[in-house]
Write a protein that binds this ligand. Structure first.
Ligand code: VG1
Ligand code: CO
Length: 546
């Protein structure tokens, strides 16, 4: 051990249980003395056997990313890691970090991001630990991190000058090697293994038009390299492609509300043939055709139904996994393909075991997350390339692919209504009230003529390690093949966010052209009536509708 290693006395801190996506807080919270240090040391205290092993570190480039990385490197060195791979300038998208952990058989990785939450000095920051399979740490590790953070009395850090993150190459601090790597190369080669790059390049050569909105977040460099440099899409295809510490003041959440620049272009007269956006850390995707929005739930189902057209999946898929609130469109495809469809709680970490066990190949969430067994995170650009590959083979418009899909499998009308930043206590009371009313079986009961088929407070037993997760959302199924789900967000940093998920299955092709909000209007009223959203939160409409 080096003489520069310091052990700094500290006190247990007001840690918070890391949620589905690690610890997310305002930047100012992370800037408190010893706050980040305590959390990082708590991570390492929860792990065993990493001496001399590789750690991957990188983030989405938001404010505080580089500062945090300096601290993490010095703590990692003092704790005995052998080598750290860091993305140049501290950048790594979440999917690239996952790919790199797997490729170099790292012990784990630390990803700095608050995903789609706004960045900048007044914005949010986050930190997440991923395990050796490249995926988010399972609950037993995040619980242990939390326990350690409550008892911590010291952290170990190397007292050295800051490391140069701007240049690729190797340096050493203490006994630990630091290698600054290109953030894009390894990810790019993985994509090239999975997709028909020649076919996609030919599509662009034929004049096909795409607009990709990187929202001033991490996917800019990835999208430019892959779409423009490698696949030959014209310069300017990638918009907002330079990552900024505050994401240009925007909210890097690729949905119809926050990706309005792109949405305006895609809904306009001269819309390109295909539009897509990704979020702060590059794991989400939004897919648009000309004046046409593809819901993430439909996108998952369509990728599954067309997977055989894509080289990486041409031998078929083993199974599909979707989070509980995600629509059942994927279930229809799984049934037709005669493969299993797994229903998990919200959060990508629940897919890890299914992917590792080879039970699921494709996974998805209604929250603009899609991915596969190529890594253990959702992957925004991967989804865009998957669509491009399908478009290159089928030579049809996005809209006609979706409409044909509905005609074959039926349409799951779907919408999510978010009530953001509501009073936390009021939101909890609303859920409590729902649990006491609907927590038990109400089969046969009628609400405005809608008969309850089944309702419960969703819980999940992992089919591989048998761990149990409870309180994952209130779901109510009605006999007319409709469903309402209520749950509270685990990723917000201000107050609480109530999410209401609405779904109605429609087999009749004659009704498929209808507008989702209109078709779901009755169900939306029913949700209000059942949950008393206005009474509890004071809100008479959602802040975001997707
Ligand atoms: C949200 C989404 C969930 C997703 C999570 C992390 O969680 O609903 O599906 O896995 O964000 O995504 P919540 O608890 O706020 O509903 V990301 O892009 O922040 O890594
Ligand atoms: Co994200």
């Amino acid at each position: 051990m080096t003489d520069k290693m310091k052990t700094i006395p500290t006190t247990p801190f007001e840690g918070q249980k890391p949620g589905t996506s690690g610890l997310r807080k305002k930047v100012s919270v992370f800037q408190q003395p010893h706050y980040l240090e305590n959390f990082v040391q708590s991570i390492f205290d929860s792990l065993e056997g990493f001496q001399g092993k590789i750690l991957v570190v990188g983030g989405d480039g938001r404010y505080y990313n580089k500062t945090a990385i300096q601290t993490i490197l010095k703590i990692a060195a003092a704790n005995g890691f052998g080598q750290v791979l860091v993305g140049q300038n501290g950048l790594l998208s979440t999917p690239a970090a996952s790919a790199i952990i797997r490729k170099y058989q790292a012990f784990g990785g630390i990803i700095l991001s608050a995903s789609h939450n706004p960045g900048g000095p007044e914005g949010d920051f986050g930190i997440k630990y991923n395990i050796s399979n490249g995926g988010p740490a399972p609950e037993k590790i995040t619980d242990a991190i939390y326990q350690h953070s409550q008892q911590i009395s010291e952290y170990r850090i190397l007292d050295v000058a800051d490391i140069d993150l701007a240049h690729q190459g190797k340096t050493q601090i203490g006994d630990m090697i630091i290698e600054i790597i290109d953030p894009v190369t390894d990810y790019d080669s993985l994509m090239e293994e999975l997709f028909d790059f020649k076919g996609i390049a030919a599509l662009f050569q034929s004049g096909f038009t795409l607009r990709f909105d990187a929202m001033h977040a991490i996917t800019g460099p990835y999208a430019k390299t892959i779409l423009e440099d490698k696949l030959g899409a014209p310069a300017g295809t990638v918009m907002n492609g330079v990552p900024l510490e505050d994401f240009g003041g925007g909210h890097p959440d690729p949905n119809l509300t926050y990706a309005h620049d792109l949405v305006d272009i895609m809904m306009g007269d001269n819309a390109p043939q295909f539009g897509a956006a990704s979020d702060g850390d590059g794991d989400r995707n939004m897919i648009l055709g000309q004046r046409f929005f593809v819901t993430p739930s439909d996108s998952l189902a369509i990728l599954a139904a067309n997977a055989h057209l894509v080289p990486g999946y041409q031998d078929g898929i083993a199974g599909i996994a979707r989070s509980m609130p995600t629509s059942e469109a994927a279930d229809q495809v799984a049934q037709a393909l005669n493969i299993d469809c797994y229903e998990t709680p919200t959060g990508w970490k629940f897919f890890g075991n299914l992917l590792d066990a080879g039970k699921a190949t494709l996974c998805g969430e209604e929250s603009f997350g899609t991915g596969s067994n190529h890594i253990r995170e959702k992957d925004g650009l991967w989804a865009v390339l998957f669509w491009l590959n399908i478009l290159a083979v089928r030579q049809q418009s996005v809209e006609s692919i979706v409409r044909e899909h509905w005609a074959k499998y039926g349409r799951n009308f779907y919408s999510r209504h978010d009530y953001e930043g509501v009073d936390k206590k009021a939101a909890e009371e609303l859920m409590e009230n729902l649990y006491s009313t609907f927590g038990h079986h109400l089969k046969g009961q009628s609400f405005d003529g809608h008969i309850v088929e089944y309702c419960d407070d969703f819980s999940y037993i992992d089919p591989i390690d048998h761990s149990i997760s409870t309180n994952q959302g209130m779901r109510i199924f009605f006999e007319d093949e409709s469903r309402i789900v209520f749950r509270l967000s685990g990723t917000g940093t201000e107050g609480a966010t109530l999410r209401v998920y609405l779904e109605l299955f429609e087999q009749d092709t004659a009704r498929h052209h209808l507008d989702a909000q209109e078709v779901l209007a009755e169900l939306i009223k029913l949700a209000e009536k059942i949950a008393g959203i206005k009474k509890y939160t004071g809100r008479d409409k959602p802040s975001v509708i997707t």
